[in-house]
Write a protein that binds this ligand. Structure first.
Ligand SMILES: [Fe+2]
Length: 294
């Protein structure tokens, strides 16, 4: 792994590491919202949300809301936003099938994002459900070269194995991690995960999974009943970490140099909290290469 000086180790998460001001967060899936008011937790604040007879959304206390890509988004700024929520790009040009899943995890927001970003955690966290776990189990020797390019909204990363591009990752402030696997093939699968900080120790995962539809399938998105086993496995590891943090405090965290890739999000998030990332990102924009070995 190569790491620049700005990837020096950073301090553990605190309860303040949650909601960023002037950002859009997913409050609910659009289809979940009806005329009966629902309480949504966002950064520890309760917001009541409901639709009127015309279908318009209302919030109490008042918040700017927008429906887009099957979700209801809430703006955290005091001033009106200059643009809507970041669009969810469709790599299948309208020929994909998508499913939306929601899962609550008793863990902090930063831990949740860092776990999703971490390219190695499937080796131990996703038995039976993840190709990397199988590769490791079967003793397949492989390494993936990941090129990371920071930008104003976070970073993008491309992963190469055997000379082919097998992964495209996009990390977007405040809470989005997208992973497009086998992007240049008909077998491409896309996963958007938003990590909504409900409280300092509760994060709501809004997961959107897509693939190209088969000839007999109708393209479109549906709401899934519950998270898949793969996602429930993340809950196990994250909730164990949260219990460890509660019991032992900051000493629960001990980094190795190889953690620098996942800690990059924490560094960007901290700079964004101070309003500095958008101004200073170009100073950090050196491309980095990470080699991931299975
Ligand atoms: Fe995972």
């Amino acid at each position: 792994m190569t790491a620049g000086p700005d990837l020096d180790l950073v301090s553990p998460p605190t309860p303040a590491d949650g909601l960023l001001p002037d950002q859009w967060y997913i409050a609910r899936r659009s289809s979940d919202l009806g005329t009966v008011p629902q309480t949504v937790l966002l950064g520890g604040t309760e917001i009541g949300l409901w639709r009127d007879e015309r279908g318009d959304v209302h919030a109490q206390p008042a918040r700017t809301c927008e429906e887009r890509d099957g979700y209801l988004w809430v703006w955290t700024g005091a001033e009106a936003p200059s643009s809507g929520p970041l669009a969810i790009a469709d790599p299948f040009q309208g020929r994909g099938v998508w499913v939306r899943l929601t899962q609550r995890v008793k863990a902090g927001f930063l831990d949740s994002v860092e776990n999703t970003v971490d390219l190695i955690h499937p080796l131990f966290a996703h038995p039976w459900t993840h190709p990397l776990w199988w590769a490791h189990r079967l003793g397949i020797q492989a390494s993936m070269r990941v090129v990371i390019t920071p930008d104003a909204l976070g970073w993008t990363a491309e992963g190469f194995m055997w000379g082919r591009r097998i992964m495209w990752q996009e990390v977007r402030l405040p809470d989005r991690v997208r992973l497009l696997l086998l992007p240049d093939t008909a077998l491409a699968t896309d996963a958007f995960v938003h990590h909504v900080p409900e409280t300092p120790a509760m994060t709501r995962f809004e997961i959107l999974l897509g693939r190209r539809c088969a000839p007999w399938e109708r393209p479109g998105a549906t709401d899934g009943p519950q998270a898949w086993l793969l996602h429930r496995q993340d809950r196990v590891i994250l909730e164990a970490l949260q219990r460890c943090r509660t019991r032992h405090g900051p000493v629960a965290e001990c980094h190795a140099r190889a953690d620098a890739y996942t800690l990059l999000f924490r560094r960007i998030f901290r700079l964004a909290q101070e309003g500095r990332w958008q101004r200073e990102w170009s100073r950090h924009s050196t491309q980095r290469e990470v080699v991931v070995r299975v």
